[in-house]
Write a protein that binds this ligand. Structure first.
Ligand SMILES: Nc1ncnc2c1ncn2[C@@H]1O[C@H](COP(=O)(O)OP(=O)(O)O)[C@@H](O)[C@H]1O
Ligand SMILES: [Mg+2]
Ligand SMILES: [Zn+2]
Length: 553
């Protein structure tokens, strides 16, 4: 008879359990030294080994031939527990026996000494499903447990278990199993089954299973049943992993800001009966992956994709900047939300494509940031910037940099002059002398601002673009002033030009420290900015000298 692989390969001893060494080692020690608790709570996501360890523990405490805390697996008792013929080891599935009666019965039985074995073991699976009455009845026994009783409560949702019960249990949190550990175990199974399994295929299964061994083994089972060697491709097929070719193509059009091609592709996919809702969701996931590729060191551990696809995504991400990715992601997520409320999903997606391909039309902070970063890159590389894609004031033509010899006040210069007369509250004291009357800040007293990373952590949620611009930044504190040492000029531009950026940074500082800080750029005195000439900074400096509003104070 065919036996499902995940049943066939249920670990028989603590040593066989993968990826939960801290738990199994502790349990083994307790069994070995006879210091087991009266009640255990095993929690963690599904397929991580909770039921498996419950069974091993039930055998280990009762097996007369236990070695090193492990059950022998072959004696009458071990085999009896495995096949369910030992009545003193009882498995209760709370999902189907949530009634108070079952626990009442259990309460009566519990006081009788076990017949065949040392410990009467109650394994209560899906404990969180017990009714309030059942929990209360259970609590009564757990408050004064008979010495020969051992409870093992397993649950995926520990927050639904009453605190009164939790406090009487020794708790173990089962972790998601890493893709590498899963791949290793699958390779062992494949060898015993005489099946060829590629390492990359094992890793892909591990990622798809999201840390659950049971799902991983089931997927392997499915792949094996299709015959032949198990490869990354066959795994992708068996798992119904839709190829990401259309997502790559669409994203390439987005990156090139090719509106016509993007709309044509959406039209084609629509004709092929592709669900627009699904397509939008897949695009969100795809851009999330691009963001990961752009920001984390080992994205291959987090991104579920075939190796070749991952390589193509890497190349695509290499051609994009982070704020562009974040901008697209925000547009797509917004679209996804709107789609749930409208019948015309295709139009929604088409509008998203137009916005993504034409950030110039978009006034959102993310769109502005995406434009700024593109501009910055262009200025750095010395390439000309197409006038149509850049708002005028971003890159002033040379003529505007020249001081007006006639002294006539031009419309577009009036405002900046007025602005510059306001006290330069948030200018770096080191960069420019502070106006008289402003409280003097002793810069020599500036010290490293400790909770900076925590503040940045808050920004991830409140202002992702600003967070991105603050990558590899540092901060110093002098009085009520936070001086920011950012490697990315984009940050200074944002802070100068975008009130929301300033507010979100001040708010994050406030939330972290409870203090209202003023903000300023940090420029180490021994290393003036001129030592690292930056074309954009130079440009802005000339503009500043000409009275053009590049610095809002
Ligand atoms: N940590 C693990 N090591 C090895 N196999 C495991 C592990 N966790 C789960 N499995 C596999 O998955 C199957 C189901 O695991 P189970 O212990 O019932 O998971 P759950 O945590 O949902 O109770 C087992 O029969 C076994 O094949
Ligand atoms: Mg289970
Ligand atoms: Zn035994």
């Amino acid at each position: 008879m065919y036996q499902a692989l995940y049943r066939k390969y249920r670990p028989k001893t603590f040593d066989d359990v993968v990826g939960q060494a801290q738990i199994t080692r502790t349990l083994q020690n307790e069994v070995k030294t006879g210091k087991t608790a009266h009640a255990y709570l095993f929690t963690g996501s599904r397929g991580t080994g909770k039921t498996t360890c419950s069974k091993i523990l039930a055998k280990a405490v009762n097996c007369p031939n236990a070695v090193d805390g492990n059950p022998c697996g072959t004696c009458e008792i071990c085999r009896g527990i495995d096949d369910g013929s030992v009545m003193d080891v009882l498995e209760i599935d709370a999902a189907s026996n949530s009634g108070v009666d079952n626990i009442r019965q259990l309460r009566e039985d519990a006081y009788f000494a076990p017949g065949q074995v040392k410990y009467r073991v109650y394994i209560i699976d899906e404990t969180h499903m017990l009714s309030t009455g059942a929990f209360n009845a259970l609590l009564k026994i757990m408050e004064e447990p008979p010495p020969h009783v051992l409870f093992i409560l397993a649950t995926t949702e520990v927050h639904k278990v009453p605190a009164t019960i939790l406090s009487r249990c020794q708790r173990f949190d089962f972790r998601r199993i890493s893709s590498e550990d899963i791949a290793g175990y699958l390779e062992k199974i494949a060898r015993q089954e005489g099946v060829q399994l590629e390492h990359s295929a094992g890793l892909l299964i591990g990622k798809l299973a999201d840390g659950g061994m049971r799902d991983a083994i089931s997927l392997l089972d499915l792949c094996i049943s299709r015959g032949g060697a198990v490869t990354a491709e066959s795994v992708a097929q068996a798992a119904g992993l839709a190829g990401s070719g259309h997502l790559l193509a669409l994203s390439r059009a987005f990156a090139k800001q090719d509106t016509a091609s993007a709309l044509e592709q959406i039209g084609n996919l629509h004709e092929q009966s592709m669900d627009m809702d699904r397509l939008c969701g897949d695009l969100v996931a795809f851009y999330r992956d691009l963001m990961l590729i752009k920001t984390v060191e080992h994205p291959e551990r987090l991104v579920v994709a075939l190796p070749e696809e991952l390589e193509e995504m890497r190349q695509l991400a290499g051609q994009m900047n982070l704020s562009g990715i974040l901008y697209t992601l925000s547009v797509l997520q917004e679209t996804q939300n709107r789609m749930s409320r409208t019948a015309n999903r295709r139009t929604e997606l088409e509008m998203a494509a137009v916005r993504v391909c034409n950030p110039v039309m978009d006034q959102s902070a993310e769109a502005v940031l995406a434009r700024l970063e593109a501009l910055e890159a262009a200025v750095r590389s010395g390439a000309a910037v197409p006038v149509t894609s850049v708002p005028e004031q971003e890159l002033p033509p040379n003529s505007r940099l020249e001081p007006d010899p006639a002294g006539s006040v031009q419309q577009n210069r009036e405002k900046p002059r007025q602005r510059r007369e306001e006290p330069a509250q948030e200018q770096a004291p080191a960069a420019s002398p502070r106006p008289a009357g402003d409280s003097a800040v002793d810069l020599s007293a500036a010290k490293r601002f400790g909770p900076w990373q925590e503040v940045l952590g808050r920004l991830i949620k409140s202002n992702p673009p600003l967070f991105a611009a603050l990558k590899q930044s540092d901060a110093y504190e002098a009085g009520d002033l936070i001086l920011i040492d950012a490697k990315n000029e984009l940050f200074f531009k944002l802070i100068r030009e975008n009130a929301f950026a300033k507010d979100s940074l001040r708010d994050a500082l406030m939330a972290q420290t409870g203090k209202r800080y003023r903000l300023g750029p940090y420029r180490p005195q021994e290393q003036p900015a001129q030592q690292q000439p930056d074309p954009l900074e130079r440009l802005m400096e000339s503009a500043r000298q000409a009275g053009i509003p590049v610095e809002e104070t």
